[in-house]
Design a protein around this ligand. Structure first.
Ligand SMILES: [Fe+2]
Length: 344
């Protein structure tokens, strides 16, 4: 995937880039949220001997068949190409994973994000994509009208598309897909975004305030007892789900330190009184962007990542206030250290 970006709901020319103004980039993480798998292979490795490359690959993923399709009017004829192109561009789902390896030309997968927005994914030679069963998506070539793709099949080769609508919603694949993406994400500290575990991960800066207003209002109205309620905010470079590594090496080093400190605070104040809020920052949105939301945010005002902020809930502020007005900052550090965090 050389690039991906959000596109509007309606487009005049499907093969144009159709970026929003200003451009809103997509990301691996947004795609991973809806269980889309992506991997790039060296196109030279695939070379002309597709079978030699694909056979062990099929074995590895326990698939049985593959075929190679050329979407190109000079191969298919204009009429067949146009008919297939409009079929592929109709929003649909499949009851099996759609597994594709691009070996020539370029195309766009349009994939529905968790928020039901279109993310356009540019694919070219070497790109392998798994569009999971049950997700709404569509496909088009770029203006070059040429793509050569290996299609991989678990059992028999088939391409059955169910157009978006009540029938698609009733499929087992759709139900299973929705179940998979709505299940809470496991983090090193427990299940994310579940009040009971007091661990929160907000991947989208623009949604973070709304969500944290709800979270903090909940705790401000329910928190009682003698111990303070502690909130640890960890702003860090996001993790590439393919490699499991953060793009920011100091963040990767800081994470176990912060987790250890959170554990110490849980012992000290009680798990129910310790909130861990992780705010992953995506590299393209952050690097070289002085207006990045977390830099300008009235509370976060980050200078760099990683940033750790430890705060205590104020008892006197109205729960309807913005979340950060309910907090009193105790410690802010760019170089997290277990003892310093645990004693704050
Ligand atoms: Fe499809």
């Amino acid at each position: 995937m050389s690039d991906c970006w959000y596109i509007p709901e309606k487009v005049e020319d499907p093969r144009a880039e159709n970026r929003l103004t200003p451009n809103v980039p997509g990301s691996y993480e947004k795609l991973a949220e809806v269980n889309v798998f992506y991997k790039r292979y060296d196109p030279n490795e695939i070379s002309d001997d597709v079978e030699a490359f694909i056979t062990p690959f099929l074995k590895h993923i326990n698939y049985q068949h593959f075929d190679v399709v050329n979407l190109n009017p000079s191969v298919l004829g204009e009429e067949k190409f146009d008919s297939l192109a409009s079929q592929h561009f109709e929003e649909h789902l499949h009851e099996d994973d759609e597994v594709r390896l691009v070996i020539g030309g370029t195309g766009y997968f349009d994939i529905r994000s968790k928020e039901d927005k279109w993310i356009r994914v540019l694919v070219g030679p070497g790109d392998a994509v798994v569009v999971p069963a049950g997700i709404y998506h569509r496909f088009t070539t770029t203006p070059e009208k040429n793509i050569r793709t290996v299609r991989l099949f678990k059992t028999n080769p088939r391409w059955l598309a169910v157009p978006r609508g009540p029938k698609a919603e009733e499929t087992e694949a759709r139900k299973q897909f929705l179940k998979n993406i709505s299940s809470p994400r496991e983090t090193v500290c427990g299940t994310a975004n579940a009040y009971d575990n007091n661990v929160f991960t907000f991947r989208f800066p623009l949604e973070m305030d709304n969500e944290l207003n709800k979270v903090m209002a909940h705790y401000a109205t329910t928190h009682k007892g003698d111990q303070p309620l502690v909130a640890i905010v960890f702003v860090m470079g996001s993790v590439d789900p393919l490699t499991g590594k953060s793009w920011c090496p100091p963040c990767a080093e800081a994470k176990p330190v912060v987790n250890q400190a959170v554990d110490r605070l849980r012992h000290k104040y009680g798990a129910g009184n310790t909130l861990y809020i992780e705010l992953p920052v995506e590299r393209p949105a952050y690097l070289g962007n002085p207006s990045f939301f977390y830099r300008k945010h009235p509370f976060l005002q980050i200078q760099s990542v990683p940033t750790v902020i430890v705060s205590h809930l104020k008892r006197s502020t109205a729960p309807t206030s913005p979340w950060y007005e309910l907090l009193e900052e105790k410690l802010r550090t760019l170089e997290p250290e277990v003892n310093a965090i645990a004693s704050s």
